[in-house]
Design a protein around this ligand. Structure first.
Ligand code: DGY
Length: 320
């Protein structure tokens, strides 16, 4: 089997007990051609979100039986093409909910209180003394939080809002059961109502053709001028060019972003804006969480190649 990027030693050891392992501990991302070459004679792979598994690759990898993503998102998989070739795909749900929700709150607080802007100013030696009106931000306590995508991570974000006494609205294709709504202290709303009424809008919806540019110029125009947009879901859910325009012309007040279109070559116009907090796709990046994600992917691979149903199977059709 092939591991496409660097993993923790414990994961290497575990996989080594089951398979002959080819690793990439140098961590240099493979080009699509290199990835196809690396997987051409392999039965299984541990992949990351930048490894595209599609028909063009699968055509070169006749022995491949299972591809296990070290990520909850799996928009790098063409599941239809994988199922057609009997290749099982898995992801890592659950183990990253807390870390991702915590980081969402880091973005909320940093954006509302202008933390990175103030730090950059301080580091540049600009601080001459205390002023009553210095770096005035927005109150988070009591603000209305709008959560778009109320899966496990959205729910974890909602539960953390209790400490800030925030009314919580959520938009999700399927409404939560009443008991879960109560647990999350959240009220279901349409996207239009959520955008119009929220002071902070946070996105937790997976990327797919359906969610492509879910938040674009029209949706940003529906938000309050004082509102903040938080995005730690997947590049492509937001139209980044439209967001840059909205941040430039005051359509919304600020944004906190962990993900971008075309990572890592994101739109450089973001760097010119002071009202945006930027992070390099690290919402799940705690040592324990990343270790657990890689280990869960490895367990899925061991099960799949043993002919068992892997715990986080994405395409049951592949088993038919
Ligand atoms: C995921 O798991 O999909 C994240 O984006 C990577 O941590």
């Amino acid at each position: 089997m092939q591991i496409t990027r660097e993993v923790f030693d414990g994961v290497l050891d575990y996989l080594g007990q089951h398979f002959e392992v080819s690793s990439n501990q140098d961590d240099r991302p493979y080009t699509p051609t290199e990835l196809a070459q690396a997987l051409t004679d392999k039965q299984g792979a541990l992949t990351v979100l930048t490894d595209r598994i599609d028909e063009a690759l699968l055509a070169h990898c006749p022995q491949l039986k299972a591809v296990c993503n070290i990520a909850v998102g799996y928009n790098n998989f063409d599941l239809k093409a994988m199922s057609a070739r009997g290749v099982v795909g898995t992801n890592t749900p659950g183990v990253l909910d807390a870390a991702t929700a915590d980081f969402t709150w880091a973005l909320i607080l940093a954006s509302a209180r202008r933390l990175t802007e103030a730090e950059a100013w301080l580091r540049a030696g600009e601080w001459q003394g205390w002023k009553l009106k210095q770096f005035l931000g927005m109150d988070v306590q009591g603000a209305t939080l709008g959560i778009v995508g109320m899966g496990r991570i959205g729910q974890a974000v909602a539960k953390r809002a209790r400490g800030f006494d925030m009314p919580v609205l959520y938009y999700n294709r399927t409404r939560l059961a009443p008991a879960l709504e109560r647990e999350c202290n959240a009220r279901h709303a349409t996207l239009d109502v959520l955008l119009a009424q929220s002071d902070i809008v946070t996105l937790h919806t997976p990327y797919s053709a359906d969610s492509h540019h879910l938040i674009g110029a029209a949706q940003l125009a529906q938000m309050k001028k004082t509102a903040i947009l938080i995005h730690a879901a997947r590049g492509g859910v937001v139209d980044d060019a439209a967001l840059i325009a909205a941040l430039n012309n005051g359509t919304i007040a600020a944004a906190g972003l962990d993900v971008f279109e075309n990572e890592p070559k994101f739109n450089p116009e973001f760097l010119k804006l002071r009202n945006v907090v930027l992070a390099p796709h690290i919402a799940s990046a705690t040592t324990n969480t990343r270790r657990n994600m890689a280990m869960l992917a490895a367990r899925n691979l061991v099960a799949a190649l043993a002919g068992e149903r892997p715990p986080n199977l994405l395409n049951p059709d592949a088993l038919k």
